[in-house]
Design a protein around this ligand. Structure first.
Ligand code: SIN
Ligand code: FE2
Length: 215
């Protein structure tokens, strides 16, 4: 390491960050496949059980998709507005994610849900835990595209110390093991940091995919 490198990220046990796992070309190809997902399963803005609407828009691919409304958070097999089944997870997205999950030591991951979160320049995601999946032995794996994001990792309780990791376009983050139920969120999107333009990236925004084993 030279004086000019970023210091290495020191992450809690169970969190693995694969920086620049997708090349800019691979990122563009992945976003092309997500554009097809969005064409079939339009982005929507879910309502939280407590009443307000989420800041980000989202959609899903895979057998199940994460949704939220007044009845609560859950996975379901159909889009809440079109009532159609979700499109399949694009094979390239699935493969690069499963490779990273295997390298992180979590074995043969078979995701059945992929949440597509679209952040505008002012997008964020408040501190939460991913708690709606059947078996927490499977990690959550996230792929980032577009502008950098300040991703916050907290503890197993909402209050307490947090650390911030900058997620960049092309990074893959695997979040599992003893960290699977840590609180986490996205504090802010960093303007002007995207290495790529793509028609589905909002101006100065970001897209994140999280692949999960929901059932
Ligand atoms: C999530 O926690 O579900 C999404 C994380 C991200 O956008 O990086
Ligand atoms: Fe999450």
């Amino acid at each position: 390491m030279t004086l000019f490198d970023d210091p290495p990220d020191v992450l809690p046990e169970g969190v693995a960050l694969f920086r620049q796992r997708l090349s800019p070309d691979a990122q563009r190809r992945a976003l092309d496949t997500i554009a097809e997902v969005i064409a079939q399963a339009p982005l929507f803005r879910p309502q939280m059980p407590t009443g307000p609407y989420m800041i980000n828009t989202l959609t899903n691919c895979g057998e199940r998709g994460w949704v939220s409304d007044k009845r609560g958070y859950r996975y379901q097999e159909t889009h809440p507005e079109t009532l159609q089944p979700w499109p399949a997870i694009p094979p390239e997205v699935r493969e690069c994610t499963c490779d990273a999950v295997r390298e992180a030591g979590f074995g043969d991951f078979e995701p059945d849900a992929c949440l597509v979160n679209v952040y505008a320049a002012d997008g964020r995601l408040s501190l939460h835990r991913d708690y709606d999946e059947a078996d927490f032995k499977w990690p959550i794996a996230s792929l980032s595209f577009g502008n950098d994001a300040d991703f916050v990792i907290g503890g197993l309780k909402r209050a307490g110390k947090t650390q911030t990791v900058r997620l960049r376009s092309g990074d893959v983050l695997v979040f599992g093991g003893p960290s699977r139920l840590r609180y986490h969120g996205v504090r802010k999107i960093v303007p002007g940091t995207s290495p790529l333009d793509h028609p589905i990236l909002p101006p100065d925004g970001r897209i994140n995919l999280t692949l999960r084993r929901a059932a």
